[in-house]
Structures are given as structure tokens and as C-alpha cells.
Ligand binder design. Structure first.
Ligand code: SAH
Length: 247
């Protein structure tokens, strides 16, 4: 375990970051490293990540998360919500290196949300707000978060056609979903054709990084009141999926 507490070498981290087109200040690296310490410590008590190797955590968690930064800037986002933040990715690293940006971390599981609150307090992150509820509730017409964010990010929260229904009702018209996907991104986008039409959105670009695929989706127009459907429904019967057998 002592390895996990070793300080991170800025040269080594920036060599990895360069592969993502990123460059981090020594101060950012120290701050991000403190979040890793907090995460690894909490991970001994609860299941937040399977990655326990520090170098791997830098690439697969930190840099993979920070790969959204250039796209966030291109969207000129004034605020952002990370949907299904889990152990804090990508929202927490983004909040650390962008202290000027208000970041809301949305996480349905209470225990994980409590970890996120504690971590934000530990690191004195004043730009972070944690919400413990489901995206379907927050984005409903009575939910208080409908059409409220310039950008919603999400990593590892369901296939694209499900994620679109959860995320787009939280995005302002003309705003963006920035999803971190894996190698199947292209297939997921094809399967999401009907969901994109139904929710009035278009895939603006996809971009490969060393650890994933960034998919930028623009919300072009109105969203019917019936979306998102009630909690669980988007993943049980995704828009555009073959009809399920009647129960
Ligand atoms: N984004 C993190 C965690 C991915 S796991 C990462 O990439 O490491 C998916 C997380 O999304 C889980 O913590 C789960 O509790 C949360 N989640 C799933 N569906 C959700 C919903 N409808 N609303 C809010 N959170 C949700």
C-alpha cells in the first residue's frame, strides 16, 4: 500500500498527459494526487474502483476524465453536471483543474454520494455540489434540474441510447452531452439513431483518446414532457430497442 502514497512525479505524469494533448501544472498534479489518496483510502471500505495501481489510476481515471477538457472549453460551458459520477469520474478531476467552473456531481447511490461530499470537503472544493438522486427524477418537469446545465458529462453510464434519455433533459437547448465511451462508441451511436431523433439531438463529433472515445452530442430542439420516463424505464426499454415481450 505504501506505493499508493508515493508522491507523483510531475515529469512522469506530464509524459502520460501529453498523449492526451494535455499539460498539467505541478499544483494540479499534487491536487489530483490528493484526490487519488482519498479515493484509495475510501476504496478499502467500499467499492469505488477496481483499479488499485496508482499509475493505472492516473491514465484510466485521471487523464481519461481530463480528456473532456478541450471539449468543455469548446462548448464554452458555464456550468457542468457529471451524471452517475460514482467514485468521481470524470467530474472530480475536472472540478480540481477548473476551480472557476461550477460542477454538480449526480450520483444515485447514497453511499457513493456521501463519499463524493466527503472528498469535496477534504479537498476544499468550493465549486462542487453533490446531488444524490436519479437522473430521471432530476430531469423530469418537476425535477428542478430540467434544461439546467450547459454540459452534462458521463462515463460508464449505460449504452448511448439509454444515456441520451437520462442526460439530454438536463441540458439547456443548444447545450451538450460529452460522453466518454469505449471502443464500441460507433456501434452505440448507430443503435442510438432513433433516440437522437426522438430527443432532438445530433452527434457533433467523436474523438479517440489513448483510453476511450469522446462523443459530443448537441441538444438541438425541444424535448417532449414524457422524457425522461420514470426511473428505471430508460434502461429497461431503451428508445429504439426492439419491443420487449409482454409480461
Ligand atoms: N462515472 C463513474 C462511475 C460509473 S458506474 C466512472 O466512470 O467511474 C455508473 C454510476 O452511475 C453508478 O455509480 C450508478 O450508481 C450511477 N447511476 C446509474 N444510473 C443512474 C441514474 N439514473 N441516475 C443517477 N446515477 C445513476
Amino acid at each position: 500500500m505504501s506505493e499508493n502514497n508515493s508522491p507523483d512525479s510531475p515529469e512522469e505524469i506530464n509524459a502520460l498527459a501529453a498523449e492526451y494533448g494535455l499539460q498539467l501544472s505541478d499544483q494540479d498534479i499534487a491536487f489530483l494526487g490528493r484526490f487519488l489518496d482519498v479515493l484509495f483510502e475510501a476504496n478499502t471500505r467500499m467499492n469505488l474502483t477496481r483499479i488499485v495501481d496508482r499509475k493505472q489510476a492516473w491514465t484510466r481515471h485521471m487523464l481519461d476524465s481530463l480528456s473532456v477538457l478541450p471539449f468543455l472549453e469548446a462548448c464554452q460551458a458555464q456550468n457542468m453536471l457529471d451524471l452517475g459520477a460514482g467514485g468521481g469520474f470524470p467530474g472530480m478531476p475536472v472540478a480540481i483543474v477548473r476551480p472557476d467552473l461550477p460542477v454538480t456531481l449526480l450520483e444515485a447511490t447514497g453511499k457513493k454520494a456521501r463519499f463524493l461530499v466527503d472528498a469535496a470537503t477534504d479537498l476544499s472544493l468550493e465549486n462542487v455540489t453533490v446531488l444524490s438522486e436519479r437522473a430521471e427524477t432530476l430531469g423530469s418537469p418537476e425535477g428542478g434540474g430540467r434544461f439546467a446545465w450547459d454540459v452534462v458529462t458521463a462515463r460508464a453510464v449505460g449504452p448511448m441510447r439509454v444515456l441520451l434519455e437520462l442526460a439530454l433533459p438536463l441540458v439547456v437547448e443548444g447545450g451538450y452531452l460529452i460522453a466518454i465511451k469505449g471502443e464500441r462508441a460507433g456501434e452505440e451511436i448507430e443503435e442510438a439513431a432513433k433516440a437522437l431523433r426522438t430527443l432532438n439531438a445530433t452527434v457533433e463529433k467523436t474523438h479517440r483518446t489513448p483510453s476511450g472515445t469522446i462523443v459530443v452530442v448537441r441538444r438541438d430542439g425541444p424535448i417532449l414532457k414524457m422524457y425522461p420516463r420514470r426511473p428505471g424505464e430508460p434502461s429497461h426499454s431503451p428508445i429504439g430497442a426492439p419491443a420487449r415481450e409482454r409480461r
